[in-house]
Design a protein around this ligand. Structure first.
Ligand code: AMP
Length: 359
């Protein structure tokens, strides 16, 4: 195992808020960060030691970036396979290419989860109208159609309840490879943020309970309203997934829970720090961002215990402008990602409360 000591340089592909919070955590441990991102207004650039503004297909820029760092990582799962390969030629890439390959394609992801012994919603792949009709016969209704690649926050998805919905599916998928999933009648959505270090140590954070609004994460609460058995089972599943991938870094595993049966169904995995883990910055003994840096540098993983009851709320669009309200609240920890344009629905920041009053 290669240990990367403080004082070294970490390369991060992607310059969004996740890259920014990773760079801040890395700086606290004495690392420098070099961020690679095509967008010159990237929030992570504001807090980094070095930046490269270039396209993910720019082999020369990628090679120079990789040669300037001691280990490279990423903050988004759609890093192209060729980009990962170019970087891997010159430096350590953690997590590795396999995590990207599995999580970039919903069919590969579901196949991998099933092989790992983890339950998913029933699914069938389709492309054409005829294949969609066959898939509906097998899965039944209601069902959810999702493009295999590049879907996030509900994009590229159609819920199929009635016949009229079927007509919408191919408009959304555009004939691109897709899957049809059975609709899961869940009681709650949870996620496990789990870390696995280069030496193979694994540590999961307490399970978070997530509420989405318009397919975008709105709030995360810890502890989740689940019993100890479900909590333990969720962590075991996330650990199994991380071990099966020989994963290095922090990963988010999204799950659906059926309270009555105590059943857990894995929805998807994100090979990166996760929005539902932002609560750990003030709410846990180690933040998910520091944990990711520890994991990829092969330092000992930090303790994951919660510091009490925690509530995290995303600030979307103009909500970021209500800072006076949050700054006047002694229990609120306000985070602004440094983005200029508060477009509706855009993730601009978040607020975390630890052990605040119930109301
Ligand atoms: P995804 O893009 O797969 O994370 O899906 C976004 C959201 O859509 C999830 O967080 C769920 O709230 C909902 N959803 C996705 N797939 C299903 C499903 N098979 N059954 C029920 N709800 C789903």
């Amino acid at each position: 195992m290669t240990r990367i000591n403080p004082g070294s340089t970490i390369g991060i592909m992607g310059g969004g808020q996740l890259g920014r919070m990773l760079a801040l955590a890395a700086a606290n441990l004495g690392y420098r960060c070099h961020i690679f991102c095509p967008d010159e207004r990237s929030p992570a650039f504001q807090v980094a030691h070095d930046v490269t503004i270039a396209d993910y297909s720019d082999e020369k820029a990628l090679t120079a970036f990789a040669q300037s760092v001691d280990v490279a990582t990423y903050e988004f799962e759609n890093v192209p396979a060729l980009t990962a390969e170019i970087v891997s030629r010159e430096t350590l890439l953690r997590p590795g290419a396999r995590a990207l390959q599995v999580s970039q394609d919903r069919l590969h992801e579901k196949d991998f989860l099933t092989e790992s012994g983890v339950k998913t919603a029933p699914y069938v792949a389709f492309e054409s109208e005829a294949e969609l009709q066959e898939a509906i016969k097998k899965i039944g209704r209601p069902a959810v159609a999702k493009t295999r690649r590049f879907g996030y926050d509900g994009k590229g998805q159609v819920m199929i309840k009635n016949r009229a919905d079927i007509d919408k599916v191919l408009d959304v998928t555009g004939g691109a490879p897709a899957i049809l999933e059975g609709f899961v009648n869940f009681d709650r959505e949870i996620s496990v943020v789990v870390a696995r270090s280069a030496s193979g140590d694994v540590a999961a954070f307490p399970v978070g309970e997530n509420v989405h609004s318009n397919h975008v994460l709105d709030t995360t609460d810890v502890p989740a309203q689940i019993n100890d058995m479900v909590e333990a089972k969720a962590k075991v599943m996330a650990t199994r997934i991380a071990n099966s991938l020989e994963y290095v870094g922090v990963m988010g595993v999204e799950m659906f829970v059926n309270d009555g049966a105590g059943e857990i169904i894995v929805n998807e995995i994100a090979p990166r720090v996760h929005n539902s883990g932002h609560w750990t910055i003030e709410g846990a003994e180690t933040s998910q961002f520091e944990q990711h840096i520890r994991a990829i540098c092969d330092l000992p993983l930090g303790p994951t215990d919660a510091r009490g009851r925690v509530h995290m709320k995303n600030l979307l669009g103009k909500e970021i402008l209500e800072f006076d309200k949050y700054l006047a609240d002694p229990k609120a920890h306000y985070h602004h990602y440094g983005k200029q344009d508060p477009r509706p629905g855009r993730k601009m920041g978040h607020v975390t409360w630890v052990n605040a009053d119930e109301d």
